[in-house]
Write a protein that binds this ligand. Structure first.
Ligand code: GDP
Ligand code: ZN
Length: 304
């Protein structure tokens, strides 16, 4: 029998909608795939699969193609750890903040970036509402991230500024969006995905907050190719499982310096011969980034 390749774009009570070259097929998993003990989700949004047709618009998932990467969380269960896949094969995480109203919470952005580094997912930053402060002020605020190598796109839903550039970052890719509320995420996604009523959906998600539901259930196709997955925020997804000792490895500006610290268990706070502290004092590491590091390493679980 002929198998057709496809992409899982929707999960709904045990059924998977698979986008194939012949359109979307509603599928379930072939029974043999479910045999044996599982340590994680078998199939997830963003998985590439092979399906066989059952009826028009219906099919059976025969095989799940090996994942390149995944946005996942590990949940403890009575039978051991279980890896829950939030999105398989995301190409990038897109973190949206506002230049003003509300003022950007860089501590939260830094936390998101650490999660993306930990999960091995490239990150893009959107600085929205650039119309409120002007591009120069916006660059003063967000420029530190450009210097670290993260693309920063300055957008305004009001004026349309930055949307061409944003489009070229999103085109053909699977992007996971996250950001705090009020920054214009739904306004922006409503422009990118004109057919969707995301605002309403967000309201219904808010009511289930704290119930540990899987929040993302759908990849939304972009008119120019690629998909967007919306999430209410990575904190809600419980992705923070980073050991204190590995944290410096997720700060691109610290990572290459750590080997030069005098002590190999250096915490970069008070130790003599600390290369990170030297860089902070020399102004080579942004002071707020260093503060974020300290908060994540020692502080309360602020913000994100
Ligand atoms: P969300 O909570 O992140 O989904 O934010 P919303 O999309 O609901 O937007 C919050 C508020 O910011 C609304 O009043 C929007 O009209 C406004 N807003 C969104 N984008 C922009 C922008 O680029 N510039 C300005 N000035 N306001 C915006
Ligand atoms: Zn050090």
């Amino acid at each position: 029998m002929t198998v057709t390749p496809g992409l899982i774009i929707r999960l709904q009570s045990g059924f998977y909608t698979v986008q194939t070259q012949d359109g979307p097929w509603v599928c379930h998993l072939r029974g043999r795939l479910k045999k044996g003990r599982r340590s994680g989700d078998l199939a997830a949004l963003g998985d590439h699969v092979l399906v066989t047709p059952l009826a028009p618009g219906r099919g059976l998932i025969e095989e799940i193609v090996e994942r390149k990467r995944a946005l996942s969380r590990t949940a403890p269960t009575p039978r051991g750890e279980y890896q829950q896949i939030i999105i398989a094969n995301p190409d990038q995480a897109v973190f949206i903040f506002a230049c003003a109203r509300p003022a950007a919470r860089f501590g939260m952005l830094d936390r998101f970036l650490v999660i993306a580094e930990k999960q091995g997912i490239p990150a893009v930053v959107i600085a929205n509402k650039v119309d409120l402060v002007g591009i120069e002020t916006a660059r003063l605020l967000f420029g530190r991230y450009t210097q670290l190598g993260y693309p920063v796109v300055y957008t305004s839903v009001k004026t349309g500024e930055g949307f061409d550039e944003l489009g070229s970052h999103l085109s053909g890719k699977i992007s996971v969006f996250a950001g705090p509320s009020g920054v214009g995420k739904s306004s922006l996604l409503n422009v990118l995905l004109p057919d969707l009523k995301l605002k309403e959906q967000e309201v219904s998600q808010a009511t289930t907050k704290g119930k540990h539901t899987t929040v993302v259930r759908e990849l939304y196709p972009l008119p120019g190719g690629g998909y967007v997955a919306d999430t209410p925020g990575l904190k809600a997804l419980g992705l923070w499982d980073i050991e204190a000792e590995e944290l410096d490895g997720y700060f691109p500006e610290m990572h290459p310096l750590v080997a030069n610290c005098q002590f190999n268990n250096c915490t970069h706070v008070h130790e003599p011969g600390c290369a990170v502290l030297r860089a902070v004092e020399a102004g080579q590491i942004h002071p707020e980034r260093y503060q974020s590091y300290l908060r994540m390493r020692f502080g309360e679980t602020e913000g994100a």
